[in-house]
Design a protein around this ligand. Structure first.
Ligand SMILES: NC(=O)c1ccc[n+]([C@@H]2O[C@H](COP(=O)([O-])OP(=O)(O)OC[C@H]3O[C@@H](n4cnc5c(N)ncnc54)[C@H](OP(=O)(O)O)[C@@H]3O)[C@@H](O)[C@H]2O)c1
Length: 355
């Protein structure tokens, strides 16, 4: 094992991709070398690239040390990695972790705050970036981890964490007094995980989706109603919170036209259509904000425990429906990237890449 590779995309044209080979880095004092083993790819990763400059996602895994010019960027992915070399006594070779990873064969990290639950990467270039992305969770100290559910965790863990925090924020705010929640891109994993968490606990849940995804979205059983985008004008609802995962300006305009002041809250959560449209929303949901609040309210262990309970409920629902599409190495990654970018992945499927 003496060489490694990185997959990159052109920051201003996400369909252009490249793979660069480079020498395997040696960890310096205080550093650990991770071998990236298994990662997932969904619309969320494309959003990282679309918002790469605005939200600094390109800065987590800078191209330069990998021998790439700055017009290329490494879109972050989530998944499992193994410690293959370590100069840090508390982080042992063979330890498996879950976290935010480059689309690459390896990653050098500088662990700090090492404990039974994992560590944080204290590399200088990550110091000013949102801290939840810098945590690496040891599988051995993780109440959510099950070896036979790695694919489910690879794909859903960060999405479900968002959904869990979004549902919590809505309940924490008494559903903003609304009689219905309307989700766009209701077939997306993040949307239906939030709907599954909220179902049966309050107002009606309505999913908006593409005509071709209506049947799948209905089959999930977590929405009271599923409506194709073209039928927004027939929405029969009183006061509404709009949770926008599509970012589509046309859908937002149609919602406003249909609902007027019955739209009590308009919250941007995502942008599956790859159109940044967040300024047009009333507010933007960013999971780390609600996470910080709950860490203060419940403590780190309290939050972990509630998350683990919610995950268990959801894993059984999602596991039964998910069709995993497994790819291998740089070519598998490129294929999955282009499929997701082009909107060709059906909602029941999820790409997992064995690196
Ligand atoms: N704010 C946060 O903290 C946070 C955290 C996690 C995720 N998110 C966001 O939530 C969104 C959903 O992410 P996900 O990973 O759950 O998605 P996903 O499961 O991969 O979503 C697939 C769905 O997105 C829509 N879609 C996909 N590609 C499209 C394209 N090229 N053009 C138009 N629509 C497309 C389709 O839904 P429909 O037919 O139903 O529209 C499709 O069924 C992302 O934008 C992600 O960044 C936000």
């Amino acid at each position: 094992m003496s060489s490694s590779w990185s997959f990159a995309v052109a920051r201003d044209d996400l369909e252009q991709t490249t793979v660069v080979e480079k020498e395997l880095p040696e960890p310096a004092g205080g550093e650990v070398l991770l071998r990236v083993d298994r990662v997932g790819l969904t619309a969320n990763n494309v959003t990282y690239a679309v918002l790469g400059d605005a939200m600094r996602y390109w800065e987590f895994f800078p191209p330069e040390p990998r021998g790439l010019a700055p017009q290329w960027g490494l879109p972050p992915v989530w998944g499992f990695a193994d410690v293959v070399a370590s100069t840090v006594p508390e982080v042992v070779v063979g330890q498996r972790v879950y976290g935010y990873l480059p689309p690459a064969g390896h990653l050098v990290v500088r662990p700090e705050r090492v404990d039974g639950q994992g560590f944080r990467d204290a590399s200088e270039h990550r110091a000013g970036l949102p801290s939840p992305y810098n945590a690496y969770r040891a599988t051995s100290g993780d109440p959510v981890y099950r070896a036979d559910e790695e694919d489910l965790l690879t794909l859903f863990r960060p999405l479900f964490f968002t959904s869990f925090m979004l549902a919590d924020q809505i309940i924490d705010n008494d559903w903003y007094g609304a009689s219905a929640l309307v989700f766009s891109s209701a077939s997306s994993k993040t949307a239906y995980a939030a709907a599954a968490e909220l179902a049966g606990r309050g107002p009606r849940l309505v999913g908006l989706t593409s005509a071709g995804n209506v049947e799948f979205t209905r089959s999930l059983g977590c929405y009271d109603d599923v409506v194709p985008y073209a039928e927004i004008n027939e929405l029969a609802v009183e006061s509404v919170v709009y949770l926008d995962l599509s970012g589509d300006p046309g859908t937002r305009a149609a919602m406003r036209a249909r609902l007027g002041d019955r739209l009590v809250r308009d919250i941007a959560v995502g942008l599956t259509t790859q159109t940044p449209n967040m300024e047009a929303a009333g507010e933007v949901f960013f999971a780390p904000v609600q996470m910080r609040k709950r860490r203060e309210d419940w403590g780190r262990d309290g939050l972990d425990q509630r998350f683990a309970e919610a995950w268990r409920r959801f894993a059984d629902i999602a596991g039964a429906r998910l069709e995993v599409r497994t790819g291998k190495g740089p070519e598998g990654l490129r294929h999955a990237w282009l499929e997701v970018l082009g909107g060709r992945t059906p909602p029941r499927a999820g790409h997992v890449i064995e690196m």
